[in-house]
Design a protein around this ligand. Structure first.
Ligand code: DC
Length: 219
């Protein structure tokens, strides 16, 4: 089968990255976690004290910023491995905030489109099926209940050695859902031709199998 691109969109902690990795493993594809790129912008803005409400200041930084991924999916900001630093709850919220700015989205969408030119990518985010790869051969819209997503984030944080609190996580997920779906620029929404999968009561294997069937059915 010729390589295709697979777009996975959905709210935070709906399982996108986990499933994307599993799909890449089965298909021998590459994964692009676009959320990690917005998280890099957030970390950069925080470190440099950039006033993101000042469009010119933000635009200057977006012209400079260097975000890269290593083959084993480490995230590099100006060459520094920030994979762990971008996963804190504070950076999650700030990423959601800075991602609402058009100048940020323009730059990152360009980078993402360039990366996926050669096909064979599983790209996950909020606007992949609608804006970044509107021609992606397979589009998935992944959802899960707030309770379930908070539990997943809690467990993910614990694995990364980060402490968290279920009540705070739930509050942040609801807040981030609101920000991500109500912003003016490329709000999170299901593409008309995306298949929706509620992963609340599904295992990683079950979700991956379901997507593999969707891929196979389009051949
Ligand atoms: O997927 P994530 O939780 O790592 O994403 C962090 C934030 O980045 C998310 O709250 C919204 C933003 N984001 C976006 O606006 N567009 C994307 N394609 C990916 C993420």
């Amino acid at each position: 089968m010729e390589d295709i691109n697979i777009a996975i969109d959905g709210p935070s902690a709906s399982g996108k990255s986990t499933i994307a990795k599993e799909l890449c493993h089965r298909l021998n594809y590459r994964h692009l976690d676009t959320g990690a790129m917005y998280r890099c912008v957030a970390l950069d803005v925080k470190r440099k004290g950039i006033n993101y409400e000042d469009e010119e200041e933000l635009a200057r930084e977006m012209n400079e910023i260097q975000i890269d991924f290593t083959p084993d999916e480490k995230v590099l900001l100006y060459g520094e491995d920030v994979s762990k630093l971008i996963r804190t709850d504070e950076i999650s919220m700030l990423a959601s905030t800075v991602s609402a700015y058009a100048v940020v989205r323009k730059k990152l969408v360009e980078l993402q489109q360039k990366i996926a030119e050669n096909k064979g990518y599983v790209m996950d985010g909020r606007d992949i099926g609608t804006v970044v790869l509107p021609d992606a051969e397979v589009k998935i819209f992944m959802t899960a209940s707030v309770e379930c997503r908070a539990r997943r984030r809690y467990e993910e944080n614990a694995r990364r050695g980060l402490e968290s609190n279920m009540r705070t996580l739930k509050k942040e997920i609801i807040e981030r859902d609101y920000q991500d779906t109500h912003r003016k620029n490329s709000p999170l929404r299901k593409a008309d031709d995306a298949v929706e999968i509620d992963t609340s009561n599904m295992s990683i294997i079950e979700v991956t199998d379901a997507i593999m069937e969707i891929i196979a059915s389009r051949e």
